[in-house]
Write a protein that binds this ligand. Structure first.
Ligand SMILES: [Ca+2]
Length: 197
């Protein structure tokens, strides 16, 4: 005869669980006490010190930096005469040519190489006024500017305005503020250099 085995559904063993919980609590208490003991030991040899959030640095009010050599001084022609002591014609030449060195050369050419800065100077070949502008050669440009040959003698300003235009055109490009004095004989033959003695 077959004996039927009655299978009881497994029930949790409450006694075993409560024993385990008790052991767990005991271990936790031991662990915590050990931890507190360690913190207490660490605390006996360590302490909290308040520190500043911003650190202040003490330093000298000056510092040493490398000194760079100055740029080379631009070469200039020194004539030794203050601007206010120049003649009005010389001042006008500086105003027209602007650049100091160019102006000094222009004064020297017109003074020592051409007209002697005589407003009414007229040469045999038709060079007129302060800058001794050759009328036959530059007639078209002078007319285009609205001036007559008489204007180049009566007005130093107009004479120099035409001179500047000739100077500017001499390098092949007009209106670039660059030029040369090749159109003037007083420059090409070197007679202007007498003004720089
Ligand atoms: Ca030019």
């Amino acid at each position: 005869m077959e004996i039927k085995k009655i299978l009881h559904p497994k029930r949790p063993d409450f006694n075993l669980i409560s024993a385990g919980v008790l052991v767990g609590i005991a271990l936790l208490i031991i662990g915590l006490s050990v931890a507190f003991k360690k913190i207490a030991d660490w605390g006996s040899t360590h302490k909290f010190v308040k520190q500043k959030v911003i650190e202040m640095k003490v330093r000298l009010p000056y510092r040493i930096e490398e000194v760079l050599p100055p740029e080379p001084v631009k070469e200039i022609v020194v004539v030794g005469t203050p601007y206010e002591n120049l003649t009005s014609t010389e001042q006008k030449i500086i105003q027209v040519f602007k650049d100091y060195k160019t102006s000094m050369i222009a004064i020297a050419i017109f003074d020592c190489g051409e007209s002697g800065l005589d407003q009414y100077a007229v040469s045999k070949t038709g060079d007129l006024g302060v800058a001794q502008i050759n009328y036959p050669i530059h007639k078209d440009m002078i007319k285009e500017m609205g001036y007559t040959s008489a204007d180049l003698l009566l007005s130093i300003d107009k004479n120099l305005e035409v001179a500047y235009r000739i100077w500017d055109r001499a390098d092949g490009t007009e209106g670039d503020g660059q030029g040369n004095f090749d159109p003037w004989n007083g420059y090409k033959n070197g007679s202007y250099l007498r003004c720089f003695k």
